[in-house]
Design a protein. Structure first.
Lengths: 314, 314
């Protein structure tokens, strides 16, 4: 995907999709674009800008086609990712010019039925149709296609999710033609030992180059600890959301997504290059805060500031 | 110290000292004892119950001698730790019957002068006097003596603290007769790469058995990530504070000490036995909250709850 030029870790910003879909206010398109501009200015290389779901289900993301087109036109170097729940969504995403399609598949079938209203087999059917769509495209217009295994570390409905099940789903997604598989800790259940174990198992099954990304939540405060565990076993892409946007407002501090500001600080302090400037992130946060007055934003580094004498990774 | 019987990691609760000294209200002695009772009931093996500093400097901890005596009488199996700033404090701590004395030494001399009003050499003088006091005691009455190197990972006044300086201070403390050395991230500057590097360097200099404990802060959200790094290099004792007590009330989420509830959850979820029951911790938190009405308590697990199907380490 060419995203790793000059960086060690890819921080994939999911706020404009995962964050905005979780809050009540609908951010105007112009405000989304201004926020994305500021993120790009800070050095963010990949942004999930929206989701191709029916507009009546997620009015917050109804402008996704427009956002994709505008962002692609303005920032040709940016890797523009979108969520697609099915082949119909993928078709629209391809038409808009997205660089990466992510299709969620919930390891917990109970969760899959509740969330996507589909069994695993039905989701696999959509995957196959998307692969067909993609193979009809010329190589230079073909977006990357990731199967994202959600509830991979446990499920609020089913509890423990067997590792063998996650591995089998990852194998199936690759066999059907996904370029890669990501693992999502949707419920914030993961712990560092489990992250190391499950990533290793998936790597052994499908090859490390096919599973490079983790989507971690900070629900129980273990988000960055799980990042460290992921780094240890060769994960190079981490999703995060600016300000932890989409966190649960009735539980202070109990954000959903890990916070981009804290993640970037940690990685850069560890000597891992993200390409992202923490000061630039602070400016993007101000743009976001102005567009969403009253919406709580999370993060420790934004409150505490950078350490005296802090230097980014060289 | 016999504390590691049947457990893999020692969680050393510092709330009654480090937490209570950082907040305005003075908790009545009876309330402290009720809180400590609840912590012991939850399975906590070591608690720092106070500090032997002049009462006018820290009225919150003026009852430390009384607390030590009462706790030792009621919980003979508990490892009762106290902070001592100097030989005079150590004498009083020994008289009260403390099991462990911790003397802070700030790696940053600027911080040492501001905080303890002593140069490094003056602190070493106190260490030597304490070692003398201790060697006069019969072995069975001799408390453990730890030199705690604070600002070991950076200082808000000096910025970066050279690792060679921390190593040299650790060597000096051991040469003077400390039983062991701890490292404290007083300023919340540490990152996981640095934790691994510095702990390894200190281990190489004084032996791993002489440096087993880390005191980490969560100021920038990296507290538990740094715990994971510490575990990787053989650290087996971590300080934490229930509810992150002593956190900074004007910066939501920006707690000081790492939160005991979150730490215990992470360790137990990773399969590391702490001896501590998360449900028991929740009961102790309720005791604490009742004793300190209006005081903010932190932590993610207390808000989010334990995962469905959660099991402690076997």
């Amino acid at each position: 995907m060419g995203m790793m030029d000059g960086i060690d870790v890819l921080v994939s910003e999911v706020g404009p999709r995962d964050g905005l879909q979780s809050i009540k206010p609908v951010m105007p398109t112009a405000a989304k674009l201004a926020w994305i501009d500021a993120l790009v200015e800070a050095g963010v290389r990949e942004i999930e800008v929206g989701s191709f779901v029916p507009a009546h289900l997620l009015p917050q993301l109804a402008d996704t086609p427009e956002v994709v087109r505008a962002v692609k036109a303005k920032h040709p170097g940016l890797h523009v990712a979108v969520l697609v729940p099915n082949a119909k969504g993928a078709e629209a995403a391809i038409a808009a010019g997205a660089d990466k399609l992510t299709l969620p598949l919930s390891a917990s079938e109970t969760h899959s039925l509740k969330n996507l209203r589909r069994t695993h087999e039905q989701v696999f059917g959509e995957v196959a149709r998307i692969v067909e769509l993609l193979s009809a495209l010329p190589a230079e217009r073909r977006p990357q296609f990731e199967g994202a295994v959600s509830t991979a570390f446990g499920c609020t409905l089913e509890g423990e999710v067997p590792e063998a099940k996650v591995v089998a789903l990852a194998e199936r997604l690759i066999a059907l033609g996904c370029d890669e598989v990501g693992l999502s800790d949707t419920s914030g259940y993961a712990n560092p030992a489990q992250v190391r174990r499950l990533v290793k198992a998936v790597h052994a099954a499908i090859g490390p180059e096919r599973m490079t990304g983790l989507h971690l939540h900070n629900t129980r405060g273990l988000g960055l600890a799980n990042v460290v565990a992921g780094l240890d076993v060769g994960v190079t892409t981490f999703d995060s959301s600016q300000g932890g946007l989409g966190g649960c407002p009735f539980a202070p501090g109990a954000s959903g997504n890990i916070v981009t500001e804290d993640l970037v600080f940690m990685l850069e302090a560890m000597g891992l290059r993200t390409g992202i400037d923490p000061e630039g992130l602070a400016r993007a946060r101000a743009v976001l805060a102005e567009a969403l007055p009253g919406e709580p934003l999370y993060g420790f580094v934004p409150d505490a500031g950078l350490p005296l004498g802090f230097r980014r990774a060289a």
